[in-house]
Write a protein that binds this ligand. Structure first.
Ligand code: SAM
Length: 221
């Protein structure tokens, strides 16, 4: 229920911003380029180069969720060019982000973009496979954003549960509505399996949101 409230608040807030002509929700200090400008450029770049990033609706929701939860340490699985990472870092001043990707080229681009955003000292980028990272990981996070290795979501769930603190939030993207998307249709049964695992999981409370390709939001009890 509280998630639905968060969605409604976000929509109202956007209208107010538009009405007041407040362009810059993400104003940066001491810089001519704002985070909002940078995110717009990254959206254009992603479109032109076919780089997968979260859609605007999902980005906006992530921003509000992180702003509300104020996590100290976020884990992102699937950095790409740093778009969603920048969205999350811009939501809370002191949050630190560990973000991983198996594509070294994307990690390099993301490093440039985090630096442009002024977030270089609040982010750790790791070039590694998601499952390998989670199997070796001993750190605990209070917010996890899962956006990579879709076929591995069911396999990753027990590992994510080990990595999340009590009361922490795990958000997974692309868990619903994949029938009509460009995703490889082999992913569909894996996502159904993942959703069924979440529904049956007694250690987490999960809600599913019809945003973009569908999000799951789980709170570790
Ligand atoms: C959808 S994109 C991430 C988008 C990013 N979260 C954003 O919205 O800006 C998925 C990323 O996951 C990476 N990836 C795919 N499979 C992976 C795996 N097994 N381990 C680590 N990264 C993986 C891809 O290289 C790609 O950059």
């Amino acid at each position: 229920m509280w998630l639905k409230r968060l969605l409604r608040i976000g929509r109202k807030r956007e209208t107010v911003y538009r009405k007041r002509g407040v362009e810059n929700q993400f104003a940066m200090h001491n810089s001519q380029c704002t985070i909002k400008d940078l995110l717009y450029l990254l959206e254009q770049h992603a479109l032109a180069t076919d780089t997968p990033i979260v859609d605007k609706e999902t980005a906006d929701f992530l921003y509000r969720l992180v702003a509300e939860k104020k996590p100290k340490h976020i884990l992102e699985i699937g950095t790409a060019i740093g778009y969603s990472g920048i969205v999350m870092l811009s939501a809370v001043e002191k949050t630190f982000l560990t973000t991983i990707d198996k594509n070294p080229r994307r990690i390099e681009d993301a490093a440039d973009n985090f630096a442009k955003a002024g977030f270089a000292d609040r982010v750790e980028m790791i070039f590694i496979d998601a499952v390998e990272f989670l199997e070796k990981n001993t750190q605990k996070f209070d917010f996890i954003f899962l956006d990579a290795a879709k076929m591995q979501y069911p396999k990753m769930l027990p590992l994510l549960k080990k990595a999340i603190l009590q009361g922490g939030t795990v958000v997974a993207d692309n868990v619903l509505n994949l029938k009509h998307s460009n995703f490889n249709q082999k992913i569909l049964p894996k996502m159904e399996e993942f959703c069924d695992m979440l529904k049956a999981d007694k250690d987490m409370n999960t809600e599913f949101l019809e945003l973009g390709d569908g999000l799951s939001v789980s709170i570790m009890k």
